[in-house]
Design a protein around this ligand. Structure first.
Ligand SMILES: Cc1cc2nc3c(=O)[nH]c(=O)nc-3n(C[C@H](O)[C@H](O)[C@H](O)COP(=O)(O)OP(=O)(O)OC[C@H]3O[C@@H](n4cnc5c(N)ncnc54)[C@H](O)[C@@H]3O)c2cc1C
Length: 436
């Protein structure tokens, strides 16, 4: 009977260390350097000064880049352990950088490790794994995100080179990345899922133009954001810049996104817990009309409903992670989509209640609730909108219920079933029961 909700003692000790380390050493950084892009730019001197010693401590503890297999310098922990770790790391957006598990670098490293040539691994993977450089994943286009059929960025061969031409939108970290993984159409005579290719493109390649660094809704318009609107102006790369094989971009994308989606959900558990902690702390400390908020029944309802939603969500995330560890992508897919959809909704509900209980302070920019609140819509959009994940879920659920030709529910199928059941139990049926 292998079902178990306990964590092995050794790993629990690691989690306890992480919890204290994140609270005491990393969270305070986020209170001073509050720009969400700060932890991402490892070329920034202050960022390096802040994170390098902490990264060293993480390495010493054997917790660096734990999503990686041991051959790549990780622990090969698998998704369930990662889920438990991300519940802690999600408390501050500096923690993933300190622990070497920062998106999109994690997913990018994964596909280079899996599909890259030895030369590509030497050039891009090793420095990425060491946390020395940052990478970018450039797939979404201004006119099309969730519908790749409308992608127009193209690449074609000219002699020994590929030439890339087109625009990409929301290419996170494009500006300070060392290289970009660019998806482009290389064969428009076949459907896009068979005619797109991924390229490894150094950021310094001539022709890469950042049209705008788009910021997120809580960032100031006066400062550049971290999500590049990039124009590839006949960008030339050598033939060996192809990652994997021509035409296989979507195979690589699927491998990359599965992990990314579930990691977002894992971190969302942490966001929700942080909001619930704040809700409780406020409820216990704020007094109004003769008692603390915690004594008011509607506030108790907020707390109870948040707790129930969070625990349900957390269990589903762990269950999805458990399916991932079983290694059958067909089985885990429905659960990954389910947690991706739930992440946005549970986060919405819990943060909304926490803001409500904080009153005017909750509406201000002085608490982490503002950042959490603006994360809600992103959860429903990035790595595929919730609607698209719902389609995936519904299709899989329906597949389990494909009707056989002779099972026409309910007009013909049900009466036939009832007659068969009656016949089976005829010896037990008296007239009264038979007439029911
Ligand atoms: C914070 C953040 C970081 C990101 N980082 C990256 C990155 O690094 N690299 C990258 O390439 N992309 C990145 N993206 C882009 C992201 O992957 C896309 O936003 C996502 O795929 C959706 O595409 P879109 O924005 O073009 O929305 P659209 O595809 O235009 O969809 C808009 C809306 O239409 C509706 N919709 C779409 N399809 C359906 C459907 N089938 N049924 C019903 N309704 C539907 C949904 O409501 C959806 O939200 C990032 C996005 C965010 C928010």
């Amino acid at each position: 009977m292998p079902w178990d909700f306990e964590t092995e003692t050794e790993f629990q000790a690691q989690l306890d260390w992480m919890d204290a380390f994140v609270r005491e050493e990393i969270e305070p950084i986020g209170l001073v350097w509050r720009k969400p892009t700060d932890p991402f730019d490892v070329k920034n001197e202050t960022t390096c000064e802040l994170i390098r010693p902490l990264q060293e401590a993480v390495r010493k503890r054997g917790l660096w880049a734990c999503h990686l297999t041991p051959e790549l310098g990780g622990q090969g922990y698998g998704q369930v352990k990662l889920a438990l770790m991300n519940e802690i790391l999600g408390r501050t957006n500096w923690a993933s950088r300190v622990f070497g598990t920062q998106a999109p670098d994690t997913g990018n490293a994964e596909i280079i490790a899996h599909y890259g040539t030895p030369e590509q691994k030497d050039r891009y993977l090793q420095p990425l794994l060491n946390g020395e450089i940052v990478s970018c994943y450039s797939m979404t286009e201004p006119q099309a995100g969730s519908d790749p059929g409308q992608f127009t960025c193209k690449a074609w061969r000219e002699g020994d080179e590929w030439v890339i031409e087109g625009e990409k939108y929301f290419s996170s970290h494009a500006d300070f990345a060392e290289f970009l993984i660019v998806m482009a159409i290389t064969d428009d005579s076949v459907p896009v899922h068979k005619g797109a290719t991924m390229f490894l493109v150094p950021r310094s390649t001539p022709g890469i133009e950042i049209l705008r660094n788009v910021g997120l809704m809580y960032e100031s318009l006066d400062e550049p954001g971290a999500h590049g609107w990039v124009r590839y102006n006949r960008v030339r790369v050598p033939a060996d810049a192809v990652l994997g094989e021509p035409g296989k971009a979507f195979e690589l994308a699927q491998k990359r996104l599965g992990g990314g989606r579930i990691h977002h959900a894992m971190r969302t558990v942490a966001y929700c817990r942080k909001a619930l902690d704040m809700l409780c702390e406020r409820a216990l400390s704020r007094e109004t009309q003769g008692s603390v908020l915690a004594d008011k029944q509607s506030v108790q309802n907020y707390i109870a409903d948040s707790f129930i939603q969070l625990e349900q969500f957390r269990l589903l995330v762990l269950y999805a992670a458990w399916w991932c560890d079983k290694g059958d992508p067909r089985k885990s897919r429905i659960y990954i989509s389910a947690v991706k959809v739930q992440a946005a909704e549970v986060l919405h509900d819990i943060v909304r209640r926490a803001i409500q209980v904080h009153g005017a302070l909750g509406c201000s920019n002085e608490t982490p609730l503002a950042g959490l609140w603006s994360t809600v819509p992103m959860m429903g959009v990035m790595d595929g909108p919730s609607e698209v994940h719902r389609v995936t879920i519904a299709k899989q659920v329906l597949r389990r219920h494909v009707p056989a030709a002779d099972r026409l529910w309910p007009n013909e199928w049900l009466p036939a079933k009832i007659s068969a059941a009656r016949e089976k139990f005829a010896h037990l049926l008296d007239d009264t029961v038979g007439n029911l």
